[in-house]
Ligand binder design. Sequence first.
Ligand code: GAR
Length: 192
Amino acid sequence: MSKRSIAIFASGRGSNAQKIIQHFKDHEKIAVSLIVSNRKEAGIFEVAKENKIPSVYIPKSKFVEERYVIDVLNSYQIEFIALAGFLLLVPPFLIRHFKHKILNIHPALLPKYGGKGMYGHHVHEAVSNAHEDVSGMSIHLVNEEFDKGQILFQAKCILEEGDAAPDIAQKVLALEHRYYPLILDQYIQGFE
Ligand code: GAR
């Protein structure tokens, strides 16, 4: 039986991608088969290279071309997409084509601190400025709006008085690394 293939979409350094790749390395049923990024200089390409996973750069202007994007994904038999620090809005044609098969990770407890412009350090700064005593991460299905799809899993971390954005980022990232690969695995294996 052939494995089910995941593409990871990322725009940045790719530490979550690295954890996902590690998790599925010798997996019996699932493989990471492609890395996609909209940023040519993103660290994720280094991660792809180190792990010998094919990667493709698709600039924002190309992401609107349905035939092109679908053909790229089909050529690697992609069935699921994991967004890991991917900062473009996923185009509706992809959401239709991969119905309930695109997952995202967000570095806060949605529905708080989500939406357009809420990514990376912006999220942690907002949490810090609001003097929250908890933060965490959310894994959710992707729909047409930023961070609005069905939440599949959340994990919390306790914040100390005086935790600044980088401290919060560190706590949240540890949760992301721990849970994203596991939740992806569980979700994909449970998918008919
Ligand atoms: C992660 O913390 C992820 O939750 C966040 O970007 C970071 C990517 O880090 N995503 C968003 O903010 C999406 N709105 P990484 O490149 O090291 O995996």
